[in-house]
Design a binder for this molecule. Sequence first.
Ligand code: C2E
Ligand code: CA
Ligand code: CA
Ligand code: CA
Length: 277
Amino acid sequence: AKDSRCGVRVYRPEDDHDTARRLALMAGLRVAVDAGTLTVVYQPKVDPTTGRVLGAEALVRWQHDGRPVPPDEFIPLAEQARLIEPLTRHVLDTALADCATWRGLGHELSVAVNLSPDMLTDAALTGRVEQALHRHGLPAAALTLEITENALMADPTNARRTLDALHGLGVKLSIDDFGTGHSSLGRLAHLPIHEVKIDKSFVRHIVTDRSRRAVTDAALQLAHALDLTVVAEGVEEQDELDYLRRHGCHAIQGYLISKPIPPVEFLTWLTTTRAGG
Ligand code: C2E
Ligand code: CA
Ligand code: CA
Ligand code: CA
């Protein structure tokens, strides 16, 4: 093994193993993206006061060699391998097709799709989104795009241009993982956003940890002042839901309501749940 003097990286046998796994995953992912075999699951967003279903977030799934690979592992690989653009197009198209089905059956839902930071500087994005909406006969307001705070920081000028164009179409924009990034509340106020999503790491401790609850409280106050919708993700406990409802949170998402589920199951859930509306 080399040593770490003079800035030379320490060699660890597991590095080769990690690299081999990453390369194998990248190759497999390329095949899956090309073949369109990635699937999408849906997790409902529900009004905590009325129980009404407001929409659903689309989350991509990938089975590789018969095993699910977590998105937190393969999304970064897709970003590095320049596969994120076709992957996102596939998820967007699938999500809009499913949303059109729900609406055709009388469920006035919207669907949310996650955008990787790189996508925000892709000049073709807005046109693609517009075409996809048109293809599925959906109004722009049926689509929410979730972006992280950090996506706005890397290339603010280009990101801003894309946000303005998407906003101009009528697509709703949501700040994902709110509280984990570095943007100030003040900066968000100047962006054409519709919604903030409080990260599940804050929601998890809402009832027990005052400092983490402070982030949630600040987000709720900011959102009310700016007329933004607040969504809390990762709601697992009834007392979390109760706190969020009492403090004016507009929508909740989490295992307490439903795990992310495949489209057929989601439709069944919609028609059988008492929250369905
Ligand atoms: P995210 O956008 O913050 O999505 C929320 C994650 O929290 C999802 O994990 C969801 O399954 C999980 N979750 C939902 N409710 C609960 C709960 O009550 N408790 C806990 N512990 N977790 C909950 P998932 O599906 O594994 O996705 C992880 C991340 O991968 C997403 O975080 C998002 O950043 C990324 N991702 C997923 N699908 C896509 C996609 O289509 N495109 C892009 N660019 N990124 C995606
Ligand atoms: Ca998200
Ligand atoms: Ca999140
Ligand atoms: Ca995330």
